[in-house]
Ligand binder design. Structure first.
Ligand SMILES: [Zn+2]
Length: 354
């Protein structure tokens, strides 16, 4: 029976709403869920049942009786088994067309980069400050999208940090001093209701899907507060800290590494002009480059639609070097070797006129 089921049988209702092209984006996405607990279980179920192409599940823990009240992938017979293994087993039955990669262990400073760099969007479904900040900082470093959530009794919070262009505000703008674990009560101490985790975990999945298909979502500098007791939903905004140790200082250091100046051995690069087609057609510097080198014209806002090969070095170019830096971050998050021309073509033309 199950062998005859097709993708279209499973996903037609969703395709009717978002269209084939958006569904294809979901099929091509790679999402990592860190923590297969109260938030992770509903998030995983909805990501898998929406057709996400590749799902990573990371958790160190085994199923226990006290989990079952809210961790809806698990049953009494699963008690004592590894959560990641049970979760993958259940999800395969629900969504056999997805690929599952399981990581049975804790995320730490040694493995964080390697695991997180393999996915596009990361869902933080953990419940301690140390891991939350580790995930956050690693996502910033690797230019990934992070969707973070936490709950306390009847309330939940949700944040989405799109670090593909390595721009703030970030979590460290909100918490310049990292809170220590133990300063707030855990779920075990304060208690928690299952449906709240269902709501917030499902919202993490929904924000991830909206981001992937290019729909409006919560963004950097916004926190969505949900209080299921008073039935209030509220978005509160926060500003970037001028001297933030992450999104300001790390970005400055990183920018220095990514930006390069002429003269360069340009024949070693594929040049990518990220301005609008009209702008680049009018640029005498680019016209000159085209005579000797490979130049691609990919406007920044269309970057998502192109797949560039990995066995090449790229140099992104724009008028002043800002859009090209954004493109550079974006392409680096796809695993490409890319540099941005500092100061852009304007700087080169000004030099030539001196
Ligand atoms: Zn920051």
């Amino acid at each position: 029976m199950t062998t005859s089921i097709t993708l279209s049988d499973l996903y037609q209702r969703q395709i009717t709403l978002i269209g084939e092209e958006a569904f294809e984006k979901i099929r091509n996405s790679r999402i990592l869920v860190i923590g297969a607990g109260g938030l992770g279980c509903p998030a995983l179920q909805y990501l898998a049942s929406s057709g996400v192409g590749e799902i990573g599940i990371l958790d160190f823990d085994n199923v226990s009786a006290s989990n079952l009240q809210r961790q809806i992938l698990f049953e009494i017979d699963d008690i004592g088994r590894k959560k990641v293994e049970v979760a993958a087993e259940k999800l395969k039955k629900l969504a056999p067309f997805c690929e599952y990669r399981i990581y049975p262990g804790r995320l730490d400073e040694i493995n964080a980069n390697e695991v997180i760099s393999q996915f596009d969007v990361i869902l933080d479904c953990t419940d301690n400050f140390y891991t939350k900040f580790l995930i956050h900082d690693t996502c910033f470093k690797n230019a990934k999208v992070l969707i973070q959530a936490s709950v306390y009794q009847f309330e939940g919070q949700l944040q989405l940090f799109d670090f593909r262009h390595r721009l703030g505000p970030c979590l460290r703008c909100l918490w310049p001093l990292e809170p220590l674990d133990g300063c707030t009560a855990t779920c075990a101490e304060a208690g928690v209701m299952g449906p709240l985790l269902g709501v917030i975990g499902s919202m993490q999945a929904m924000e991830a899907l909206k981001l992937i298909i290019g729909k409006e979502h919560i963004n950097n500098g916004e926190t969505l507060f949900v209080d299921l007791m008073s039935r209030e939903f509220d978005v509160r905004r926060f500003q970037q800290l001028k001297d933030c140790s992450c999104c300001v200082k790390q970005e400055q250091r990183h920018r220095e590494i990514l930006q390069v100046d002429l003269p360069l051995k340009l024949d070693e690069f594929v040049i990518v002009d990220v301005r609008s087609l009209e702008e680049s057609d009018q640029c005498s510097f680019i016209t000159k480059l085209k005579e000797q080198y490979t130049v691609l014209q990919i406007p920044l806002e269309k970057m998502d639609d192109f797949v560039l090969t990995k066995n090449q070095k790229y140099l992104t170019v724009c008028a002043r070097g800002l859009r090209s830096l954004k493109a550079c971050h974006f392409l680096r998050s796809q695993g490409l070797e890319v540099y941005s021309l500092r100061g852009g073509t304007q700087h080169i033309l000004n030099m030539e006129n001196v």
